[in-house]
Design a protein around this ligand. Sequence first.
Ligand code: BV8
Ligand code: ZN
Length: 246
Amino acid sequence: MAIPDSLVAKMLESRKIGVLTGAGISAESGVPTFRGRGGLWAGYPVEKVATVEGFDENPELVWRFYDERRQNLAKVKPNKAHYILAELEKYYDFWVITQNIDGLHTLAGSKNVVELHGNIWNVKCTICSYRGMNREVPLSKIPPQCPNCGAILRPDVVWFGEPIHDSEKAFEIAKSSELFFVIGTSAQVYPAASLPFIAKDYGAVIVEINPEPTPVSVIAEYVFRAPATQTLESLFQKLQEPLQTR
Ligand code: BV8
Ligand code: ZN
């Protein structure tokens, strides 16, 4: 995969880099994406499993949807793309803003991770202020109960109509990055999808890595119509040496 010299030069002169990732970066770990063929939403209509109303109406259905994903996620590992992003933290003020709730960036060693839509292993009570980690696979009780007050728990993830987590931090990263990568997202979900446009407005060079075109493609100086692992491997191969001597 050819990496333009101008991008390598930009990478070598930059100090702060931001990345927005979506389900596509975990696709090569065997995690289904949302909107592609055989996507996650296929079996379950979004409004039924990713909204508060859907949960209130049928918490068992929603928990079956998440329990299925948790069971799959318990078996998957980060892929090369996750590991390369973690490695780049050594050379930059480097931030990964992810829409994914799979925790694979952290598992791959990334420290600076902003989980906009929460994390599938975190739960919170629907009544009291209890929040905690629950890694039980499969869940022995659906829906699981709050250890504090006995009410039903919900996944601590962001559903449609709910405010995203750490949006201040995410916007600050987008506004202050010299390079902003957009990897593996269809850029359909807001406000996450507005981050590349804000980064561009504040002067960042935009790099898109996605086998398919997205609304971000038109504002990207560099577009790699290829999978994340292959592209990041080629990029890191050209950077590793000069980064060490920088
Ligand atoms: C909010 C739950 C307000 C967690 C998710 C009308 C217009 C604009 C916006 C709206 C509107 N009506 C409503 C809204 C707002 C709404 C929204 O954006 N709707 C969209 C769909 C129109 N947003 C919200 O409701 C947000 N909240 O606005 O609140 C508010 C503010 C203050 C106070 C109160 C309220 C909340 C959004 C979060 C929703 N939660 N999921 C979960 O179960 O995961 S969204 C869901 O989509 C996931 O979180 C996922 O992360 C996210 C984005 O999907 P992608 O990651 O992009 O995945 P997708 O499958 O789409 O694409 C994968 C891509 O990878 C593809 O492009 C593919 O080509 C590529 N790919 C595949 N293989 C590879 C690859 N790329 C690289 N390498 C590969 N190998
Ligand atoms: Zn409780």
